[in-house]
Design a protein around this ligand. Structure first.
Ligand code: ADP
Ligand code: ADP
Length: 261
């Protein structure tokens, strides 16, 4: 079964794994709380691409107590952006891989230009930029209820997406998800990151997806955009990891997901 083009039956649809094994270079753009991490974890399971979250890389560096981690801790704790040069240096080595979903990078024009340069040096280009769209009021509610499993890294919400009884915790609230930091981070998004939508739209790379839909429907819409914008994938052979079909439901996600890093 293919993803229905009219979107009418997305409530009950399943995804049959029509995306092939050709590499993916995809950006997830969107404000804090739009669901970039949630969707990237799910898409990694469906496509086999590696989920690269600069927020996760930065938190890992801080947790490891490295010199770099100590330098960037203050920015992260205050909800400020880490300096461009530092983030670009962290991401650049990973870009030489050819199958990834970038979540949280680029966030400034300087980062977007650095990404273009790095890909240009590799003779590669972006396949698609997905912009997840949601109003600030919804984002504030989502961020206030966000929790992340310390054991698995999986993202939850206290109300809309709570951990199951067997899910390993503990379930941590990030310091920067406290209300006093959330507004500042959203302001930064609108000022620094949102203009990147125009940057990618001008190159015909941007697809908008309504992030207010339930989680599995947002995933379905992104997969549909990938099929629409990455036609080479349609001809690719079905990958061995693509079950027949994959129900887009969270219970199954847990078993399907490879280790999200
Ligand atoms: P981002 O990476 O864009 O900051 P997350 O993926 O961490 O966003 O999601 C933020 C919060 O919103 C989490 O608590 C997550 O469980 C919840 N969430 C994500 N997508 C949805 C959705 N479509 N509907 C309801 N809640 C969602
Ligand atoms: P969210 O899920 O709320 O969007 P992230 O986990 O992506 O937040 O990022 C957490 C923090 O890490 C940011 O507030 C910022 O301090 C830092 N950070 C992450 N990505 C970048 C980036 N591309 N440029 C600068 N700082 C970043």
């Amino acid at each position: 079964m293919r993803i229905p083009l009219d979107g009418a039956s997305l409530d009950t649809m399943t995804y049959a794994g029509d995306l092939g094994t050709s590499p993916t270079r995809l950006l997830l753009l969107g404000p804090q709380g739009a669901g970039k991490g949630t969707q990237a974890q799910r898409l990694a399971a469906f496509t086999g691409a590696r989920h690269i979250s600069t927020g996760d890389l930065i938190r890992a560096e801080i947790a490891a107590g490295t010199r770099l981690g100590r330098t960037i801790k203050g920015y992260n704790d205050r909800g400020e952006l880490v300096p461009d040069a530092t983030v670009i240096d962290m991401v650049r080595p990973i870009l030489s891989e050819d199958n990834w979903l970038l979540d949280g990078f680029p966030r400034t024009l300087a980062q977007a230009i650095a990404l273009d340069r790095a890909l240009g040096d590799l003779g590669a280009g972006l396949d698609l930029v997905v912009a997840l769209e949601a109003p600030d009021a919804a984002l504030i509610e989502r961020l206030s209820g966000r929790r992340q499993s310390e054991a698995t890294g999986k993202i939850y919400h206290l109300v809309s997406n709570p951990p199951g009884p067997d899910d390993p915790g503990p379930f941590i609230q990030r310091d920067d998800d406290r209300p006093e930091h959330i507004r500042r981070r959203l302001e930064l998004y609108h000022a620094e990151t949102e203009p990147l939508k125009e940057y990618y739209a001008a190159r015909g790379l941007l697809a908008h997806v309504d992030a207010l839909q339930p989680i599995e429907q947002v995933t379905a819409r992104i997969l549909w955009q990938m099929e629409a914008h990455m036609p080479a994938r349609k001809a690719a052979p079905r990958a061995p990891w693509a079950p027949q079909p994959i129900p887009l439901r969270d219970e199954e996600w847990r078993d399907a997901v490879p280790s999200a890093s």
